[in-house]
Design a protein around this ligand. Sequence first.
Ligand code: HEM
Length: 425
Amino acid sequence: MTEIEHDTETVEPSGDGFSRRALLGWTGGALVVGAAAAGGVATAVTGTEDKSSAPALGAVDFHGANQAGIATPVQDRLHFCVFDVITDDRAKLVRMLQQWTAAAAAMTAGKAIGTGADSGVPQSPPDDTGEAVGLPPNNLTLTVGFGPSLFTKDGKDRFQIAAKKPEALAELPLFPGDKLDPQRSGGDIAVQACSDDPQVAVHAIRNLARIGFGVVSVRWSQLGFGKTSSTTPEAMTPRNLFGFKDGTRNIAGTETDRLREHVWVPAGEGPQWMTGGSYLVARRIRMHIETWDRTSLQEQQDVIGRSKGVGAPHGATGEHDVVPLKALPEKSHVRLSHPDSNNGVTILRRGYSFVDGSDGLGRLEAGLFFLAYQRDPRKGFIPLQQQLAANDTMNEYIQHVGSALFACPGGVRGADDYWGKALFA
Ligand code: HEM
């Protein structure tokens, strides 16, 4: 197995409740992280005591050349959270990243943080909030990304890292039709938590926010359900809120060559700390589903360019048949987004549906939280979205209302590594 493939490896649970691979990460003994941040946060996480009763069922390897949560088989639930750093103190930020990494390694292995939820100093808040006690990680992955504003904010190089900002991490342009809410856009640091159990994903973000108290504050967050893309083509393709199969033609987690070509940043491309990393575009896309639901089946299928039932492209019969591009309506979504219509542009989609209640006008506040990973957004999302924003007939039924871009570094290599170590070195 190559290093690149590492990311997709799922850990076998061992009989004693520890994941084999997770134990390897702890063989140096207790991983001591920096002094506690405000609020009585964990100072040490040990691998020799399992503070939760959860077996590590479905534990995805946290360590590797690439971060988990990108090529990893897409889990069913998402909690995505974007933080702003509220201190100018570089040492505090680094210490928090160390604490976050230790906590992430523990949680993804199905362990509680620090001394757990029901032990430790009685006069202090517990190290772990506790709602995941007894729950296996259910393939929890935690993926971190750094936004452009972490490098320079209001012209200020707060953390002496401006010189290490990748050129590919330029702010995304405004696209035709965008109606972006600043309170759901941008941000300094993103954490994508994915799990097949929503409580596990929410627990992970909540605990990172708690650990970061005084260093970061939550800028915006998004819950997602029902993955709208798949990185496992052998599994049934999920459907989005328009009722269509979504993710039929995506990069699979096992396609190492395509991942290398389109997703992972190779050595020598941009700053060294991004080697093995990827760029994440997040777009909150509102879907006008009431309008869609009053649209004829034929119009719906023409907008997408595929059939609603089987998911076959126009002019073909099977979902996975070659897309005969010329048989699709000229301005259909699939024809316009297909690599052959975009000089080969290919991205890895990993989005989720959302329904955040209703909007006060009796319409569901629903849509697609679009997540796409790529080697360089200037050759991925940006030209693709320029094409779609200008021509896609689907625009009548959707609106982009939130937007952010993050540089996700390569994976955490072992117990002495932490999120952002190479960036802050
Ligand atoms: C609410 C918004 C969107 C909906 C409902 C949607 C839905 C779909 C559906 C049903 C398919 C066909 C199945 C498949 O191959 O996955 C598809 C394909 C695709 N979409 Fe979207 N999509 C949306 C937004 C976007 C955006 C913003 C982009 C990129 C900028 C994008 C890029 C693609 C690509 C690259 C394909 C595969 C094309 C191919 O290779 O055949 N989509 N989408």
